[in-house]
Design a protein around this ligand. Structure first.
Ligand code: FES
Length: 196
């Protein structure tokens, strides 16, 4: 009887080698998962670079400068006796934004800086505070309705408060077509200064 009782209390002996094998396998599996995680993170970071660049592009992109706009054959302005008002459409890209704006300019006669063979193209923006300056055919002057600045037919300053004449724009001719590149200038300055 005693012999039977001792046999029931004894713990069944287990071999220790399988436990060690399981620990080794778990260690290998953890290392493998760790490698997969590192690899996935690296791949994710590499793949996200183009997306990040795309997302940040508008932050660093600059507004494109205005393209050259056609004003027609230069010969039609050869004998003008007064400034001719024209409207040009300007397409510009700012980051993801594309915009088209209409801008008035004047083709006139003059030899100020920026002229080409006695022709100038003026921005219609008053250099005082930016009002649209109309040509007054009776007075034969540009007369700003906002604060009374007056400009000669070639855009030079006659009377303030503007501190400079109307701004000339870059012009060129291509196969006898007069072309202008629209620009923006800072107001309230005695000398022309490009914006942007
Ligand atoms: S905006 Fe032209 S005079 Fe002030």
């Amino acid at each position: 009887m005693t012999t039977v009782s001792n046999q029931q209390n004894e713990e069944p002996s287990r071999p220790s080698e399988p436990i060690q094998d399981i620990r080794v396998l778990e260690g290998r599996r953890s290392f493998f998962l760790w490698l997969v995680a590192i690899g996935s993170a690296t791949m994710g970071a590499l793949l996200s670079i183009p997306l990040v660049r795309y997302a940040l592009y508008p932050v660093f992109a600059k507004t494109t400068s205005a393209p050259w706009s056609k004003l027609g054959n230069k010969n039609q302005y050869a004998s003008i006796s007064a400034p001719v008002r024209k409207t040009i459409d300007i397409e510009q890209v700012n980051g993801w934004m594309k915009s088209v704006s209409r801008k008035p300019v004047y083709v006139t006669k003059g030899n100020r800086k920026g002229s080409l063979e006695g022709t100038e193209v003026l921005s219609a923006v008053c250099p005082h505070l930016g009002c649209d300056v109309p040509w007054n055919a009776d007075a034969k002057k540009f007369m700003c309705p906002c604060h009374g600045s007056v400009f000669a037919p070639d855009g030079s300053l006659v009377q303030g408060p503007a501190q400079r004449g109307m701004d000339t724009l870059p012009i060129k001719t291509e196969e006898d077509v007069l072309m202008v590149r629209y620009q923006y200038f800072q107001a309230l300055l005695p000398n022309k200064k490009l914006v942007g």
